[in-house]
Design a protein around this ligand. Structure first.
Ligand code: ADP
Ligand code: MG
Length: 453
């Protein structure tokens, strides 16, 4: 990225110093993918590895012929979603859903309050949609935090991520806690399965495309799942003669900081996050964090008196005030005076005044952070393909999440990085597909499989 003509020499040099920190070379990408394979294998061998590689208890492939009425819940990001899914067979389905906002207070309060809130949402959904007959409804609970799963409907919370921190939940079975709330409130719903959103995304996409290889989330958080041959999973003591979906919990990759290129801006974010020294990979890729990394880099330039004439604003000084969605708007801003960028900086973030050079600098920083995220996000896909020996074969990766859906060029940049790791021929066999809101459908399918068994 050559600085454009409007910059002074001092600005150009300072901006280059910052953007250089976000460069991930081909060599580095390859090294990260190699390390990822090693970490996957550790996770498959024993409990307690950095990349947890959690068996999901979802085995067998979808046929698309599954049928019936099921409920699904999705907790784990910005909203709580309650869904009712009718599987029609032939890969077709209908879905009714309602979103509810989970307040910041609930996210960090007692777990019992959160469960009661979820139960109330289900209750009001059933009242509004008139589905509360006499029959017990089977529900798939998409709970997208690291859990230790012992059965399809049993999962003990290991730790919170993504800004949640409810008390009285870590070490407890979260399906039992929620089922208790349903019982207390006389809601006739049975939690048939606990589902990670990556696994739900994989199953949902597989309902129409049975040979889907991976399910990936790139939204508030970042994680992925894939089909594993359980004969290769040393820590697995159940039936070895089956395929099962593994929830990788790959956002935790490299908390030892061996290969990820962490900058001072990443370290500052980590220190100020509620899960310090954890989820490094997620923190370089996911929507929850990219805006904050960008904000840290911009403030560094403000402090050097390179940007905004050395003046920030109260808004911009506030942690997490720079949303990742702003980066998307700024990156697509093609107006000659970057007026959309100016609007965000001046009207939303209350920066007193910006020059065209300021706006160009902000755009370059956004591009650097966004490009790094997309490049790093391809490494785990390369890792899974290497581990499963599928490099060069057809590979369908179902991806859900607003970051992947809306961030400009994210898919293109991921593809470019993947070809640098695997070669263009192998990359051309990999298909990234948007699987929007797949986790509701996926959880319903998994609830169906579970209640049938
Ligand atoms: P969740 O992950 O909570 O299920 P989403 O997939 O919608 O939900 O992801 C929400 C996250 O995506 C937000 O935290 C935000 O960081 C990011 N995001 C939302 N809109 C955009 C956008 N236009 N461009 C880039 N990132 C976005
Ligand atoms: Mg989601």
């Amino acid at each position: 990225m050559a600085p454009t003509g409007n910059f002074t020499e001092a600005q150009a040099a300072a901006v280059k110093t910052v953007t250089d920190r976000f460069i991930v070379t081909t060599e580095r990408l390859q090294k990260i993918a190699e390390q990822f394979v090693l970490e996957m294998e550790k996770g498959l061998d024993h409990q307690g590895a950095t990349v947890a590689m959690i068996p999901s208890f979802v085995s067998g492939r979808c046929t698309g012929e599954e049928k019936g009425n099921f409920m699904a819940l999705d907790l784990g990001g910005t909203n709580l979603r309650v869904c009712q899914v009718n599987l029609l067979g032939g890969g077709e389905h209908t879905i009714r859903q309602q979103k509810y906002v989970v307040s910041e207070e609930l996210k960090v309060g007692p777990m019992r309050n959160l469960c009661d809130f979820i139960a109330d949402c289900v209750d009001s959904f059933l009242t509004e949609n008139g589905t509360g007959g006499n029959e017990t409804l089977q529900l798939g609970y998409t709970f997208s935090f690291p859990i230790l799963q012992t059965a399809i409907n049993r999962g003990v919370l290991k730790q919170w991520t993504k800004g949640f921190n409810c008390s009285g939940a870590v070490g407890k079975d979260v399906t039992i806690l929620l089922q208790d709330s349903f019982r207390r409130k006389n809601i006739n719903v049975n939690i048939a399965a606990i589902v990670n959103d990556t696994v739900g995304t994989l199953m949902a996409y597989a309902y129409k495309h049975p040979n889907t290889t991976m399910g990936v989330i790139m939204g508030t958080g970042f994680n992925a799942s894939y089909y594993e041959d359980m004969g290769k999973v040393k820590k697995w003591t159940g039936d070895k003669n089956q395929e099962m979906v593994i929830n990788m919990e790959c956002g935790a990759f490299d908390c030892e900081r061996r290969v990820l290129p962490m900058t001072i801006y990443d370290n500052k974010l980590d220190r100020e996050s509620i899960n310090v020294y954890q989820q490094y990979y997620e923190k370089t890729v996911a929507g929850m964090y990219l805006g904050e990394i960008t904000r840290n880099a911009l403030l560094d330039l403000v402090d050097q008196q390179i940007l905004f004439d050395g003046h920030s604003s109260r808004e911009l000084n506030r942690n997490w005030s720079f949303e990742t969605a702003y980066m998307s708007t700024i990156e697509v801003d093609e107006t000659s005076d970057l007026s959309d960028t100016g609007h965000i900086l001046e009207s939303v973030l209350n920066v007193a005044s910006t020059t065209l050079a300021d706006r160009q600098i902000v755009k370059e920083i956004c591009q650097a952070v966004g490009l790094r995220a997309a490049r790093l996000a391809s490494c785990h896909i390369a890792g899974v393909m290497k581990h499963t020996g599928k490099v060069g074969e057809e590979c369908i990766v179902a991806i859900d999440g607003s970051l992947f859906e809306f961030y400009p060029n994210f898919e293109k940049n991921m593809g470019q990085a993947l070809s640098e790791i695997l070669g263009e021929q192998a990359r051309s066999k990999v298909k990234f597909d948007l699987a929007r809101d797949g986790s509701g459908l996926g959880a319903a399918i998994i609830a169906m499989i579970a209640s049938k068994n």
